[in-house]
Design a protein around this ligand. Structure first.
Ligand code: SF4
Length: 195
């Protein structure tokens, strides 16, 4: 990236003060990088996971990234056949030609797409955690809510519950909670035409 005031190109530093929780804004708690936090599509999640001594991921069932990668298996590594094992995982897009997706993400693509097309209750709740905060989430819990929708989609029954998913930070404190059903806010009349 070119920095105009120093006239040099600088490399990404991974926003280390934020990720380490030493940024003045962070209150000592790890924050996601600025480029993650700025994702307008709200489709990125960054995290810090526990590792085993051999570098593999330690089991951490209530960590959202552990859940998406190792339990639900909807987030897949890019080009696994190269064996480079980058720590970036992608939820594969549905509308890209399937052979191309197999090449990019390996044989788990079909199951991943099937799982998020017909998500179970836990997956639907965890997907609500994306981009609700710029704090790094270390654990989630789900509080069950009422059934709000039932239908048949391409021959398969889907049921949606308005569960609440709660995100916790490194210090164990709640960062935020959100629901599957997005609340609707009606803009008061006095703000009409004020955009
Ligand atoms: S915003 Fe993103 S690209 Fe820029 S330093 Fe932070 S992590 Fe690197």
């Amino acid at each position: 990236m070119y920095r105009g005031n120093t006239r040099v190109s600088e490399k990404c530093v991974g926003c280390y003060p934020r990720v380490e929780g030493t940024d003045p804004e962070s209150d000592g708690q790890p924050m996601e990088t600025r480029c993650m936090a700025a994702c307008v599509g709200q489709l990125r999640m960054q995290g810090l996971v526990k590792l085993n001594p051999d570098g593999s991921w330690a089991e951490d069932r209530q960590h959202p990234l552990y859940y998406l990668v190792h339990v639900a298996k909807v987030a897949l590594p890019l080009y696994p056949q190269f064996g480079t094992e980058p720590n970036g995982y992608y939820i594969p897009p549905r509308w890209v030609p399937r052979p191309y997706l197999h090449q990019m993400f390996g044989p788990g693509v079909d199951q991943a797409i099937d799982r998020y097309t017909y998500p179970d209750r836990e997956l639907l709740a965890v997907l609500q955690l994306f981009r609700r905060s710029n704090r790094i989430i270390f654990r989630y819990e789900i509080e069950k809510g009422p059934k709000v929708y039932e239908a048949t989609l391409r021959g398969r029954k889907i049921t949606i519950y308005n569960d609440t998913v709660i995100a916790y930070g490194q210090d164990g404190k709640e960062i935020f909670r959100t629901t599957v059903e997005e609340p609707i806010y009606v803009r008061p009349d006095k703000h009409a035409n004020s955009i």
